[in-house]
Design a protein around this ligand. Structure first.
Ligand code: DOR
Ligand code: ZN
Length: 444
């Protein structure tokens, strides 16, 4: 084989390169991008991307696949079904949260998840080590283990029992951190104090009144002060309120920010009336002015990443009365078509989408070889049709729980193919091959 031959050439597409859109072909050799240009020469396989946009592989930096390496929760999710949903939705890498079964909180459970991923997942993976009050002094050492993208702190309680709510313990976690601590920052004390104001069976919209904007803002201010005190960086997950965005803008030297698709596209109280328990998540769906603030953070660069916070639960548990219904919404399969639709609606550029959904996560977490179409990087691509009109339906959802809060939503663009390290894993809605996902590396 001559040196100018390729395993795969993606031709005739519009490539979204870090320096702009270009009508360029992409040559792939040994799973990596080997050349970008025209008339690249012979290839074993060609992918005709005529009429399509070739994006760098989309990274969902916040999923809950439930599976700690023992098969997940039957009927809800496991690594196989969650990663199948990912590649169907054009996502090439997912970063999995630690509130799995079993929780990923020590060297043994980090190794369990790491060893389990090959052979069980369709997309590539990194995963978080979960902080607890017990491991607060050494959880930072887990960041040195392969596959770990960051430490996750639940400073406010959510699904599962991982919780580190007090300043002294959060400070211990930050002091021991070697790379990055990511926070669910809602303030646990304010959550506890406000809970007695509400009763079982209150409207689902009560969720957003209980976990009010001040719960999130207070938590983010506390975490930022502790990051400042310990001279560490912190990543605030699912930033959702006006005050948080304003505050983060003032502290951008040490704080990075994630925004969720649900906080951009769902608006309370209307969403609660329409979706009932299928609108319940933490932090909650907010009112219009907070949604506007989230879009402003997309527009001015305050937001570094967009995530789904994919959090599947059984239909039965979502349909219980508030607050016994479980919190969390699926989203890994729908986030790219939904955000591409926002590009077509003129709310952000395709370049900014790629910055938030591929380059941004790679930069924040230090994902090696990901997030850019550039020579030497992994040949991960999300190939999308910016003119494909499709409606999201529950029947499309590969997550075992089988529902999406966006059922019935019309999209104006759609992922047509997902390529991971040079292999076409999804083509026009089918995933013909075996799970070939791998654990990725992080620069630390
Ligand atoms: O709504 C949520 N669901 N928020 C979280 O923080 C956790 C997630 C889950 O795991 O269900
Ligand atoms: Zn989450």
């Amino acid at each position: 084989m001559s040196t100018d031959s390729y395993d795969l050439i993606i031709e005739n597409g519009t490539a979204v390169l870090p320096w702009g859109e270009a009508s360029a072909d992409i040559g792939v050799r040994n799973g990596k991008i080997a050349a970008i240009g025209k008339n690249l020469g012979p290839a074993r396989e060609t992918f005709n991307a005529a009429g399509l946009h070739v994006l760098p592989g989309i990274i969902d930096p916040h999923v809950h696949f439930r599976d700690g390496g023992e098969g997940g929760i039957p009927g809800v999710e496991d690594m196989r079904s969650g990663s199948l949903a990912a590649v169907l939705g054009g996502v090439t890498t997912a970063l999995d949260m630690p509130n799995t079964k079993p929780p990923t909180v020590d060297a043994a459970t980090v190794k369990l998840k790491y060893d389990y991923i090959p052979g069980h997942t369709y997309c590539d993976f990194g995963f978080y080590a979960g902080a607890t009050k017990e491991n607060a002094d050494y959880v930072g050492t887990l960041e040195d283990m392969p596959g770990v993208c960051a430490v996750k702190v639940f400073a406010g309680s959510s699904t599962g029992d991982l919780l580190v709510e007090d300043d002294a313990s959060i400070e211990r976690v930050l002091r021991g951190s070697r790379h990055l601590v990511a926070f669910h920052a809602e303030d646990e004390y304010r959550l506890r104090e406000r809970r007695p104001r509400f009763s079982v069976g209150d409207p689902y919209a009560s969720h957003a009144e209980w976990r009010d904007p001040e719960c999130a803002a207070l938590g983010t201010r506390r975490v930022t002060a502790l990051a400042r005190k310990t001279n560490k960086r912190a990543h605030i997950l699912h930033v959702s309120t006006i005050d948080e965005f304003a505050f983060i803008r003032e502290n951008k030297d040490i704080i990075s920010a994630e925004v969720l698709v649900n906080h951009l596209l769902q608006i309370g109280p209307e969403a609660y009336e329409r979706l009932g328990g299928y609108a319940v998540m933490n932090p909650p769906i907010r009112s219009q002015e907070h949604v506007n603030a989230a879009w402003a953070a997309i527009a001015d660069g305050t937001a570094d990443t967009i995530a789904s916070d994919h959090a599947p639960h059984s239909k039965e548990s979502k349909e219980r009365p508030w607050p016994t219904c479980h919190s969390g919404l699926t989203g890994v399969q729908t986030m790219l078509p939904l955000m591409l639709t926002q590009v077509n609606a003129g709310r952000l550029s395709l370049m900014r989408l790629v910055d938030l959904m591929s380059a941004g996560p790679a930069r924040i977490y230090g994902a090696v070889g990901k997030g850019r179409i550039a020579a030497g990087y992994d040949a991960d691509f999300s190939i999308v049709d910016m003119n494909a009109k499709r409606k999201i339906e529950n029947s499309m959802i590969a997550s075992q729980c089988g529902w999406t809060p966006f059922a019935g939503t019309q999209c104006t663009a759609w992922p047509m193919a997902t390529i991971i390290r040079g292999t076409v894993v999804m083509f026009e809605g089918t995933v013909p091959g075996e799970p070939l996902g791998q654990v990725i590396k992080f620069r630390k």
